[in-house]
Design a protein. Structure first.
Length: 85
């Protein structure tokens, strides 16, 4: 019997306008949002060099992160979930 996938992660979610400026238009699964967010962070060099768990927000990410300049990767997931419905 094949392993059951977690359908909550695969369910397409609506993406807020602030988040869609970073990851693109939705709806898309939560896992895809996180994947695209990391592509954005790495391509723009926003991962903190001293502590790789921290993200230095640019103007677009500040809107997603509630105005914060620095967010750790665990807090990022919580802040991004507010932009998914």
């Amino acid at each position: 019997m094949p392993a059951k996938t977690n359908s909550a992660f695969m369910k397409p979610m609506n993406v807020s306008p602030e988040l869609s400026a970073v990851v693109g238009k939705g709806p898309m699964p939560r896992s895809e949002v996180v994947k695209k967010l990391w592509v954005y962070i790495k391509s723009h060099g926003l991962q903190d060099q001293a502590n790789k768990r921290n993200i230095n927000a640019d103007a677009a990410l500040k809107k997603v992160f509630g105005g914060k300049d620095l967010v750790n990767m665990f807090e990022m997931t919580k802040l991004v979930s507010r932009h998914l419905s």
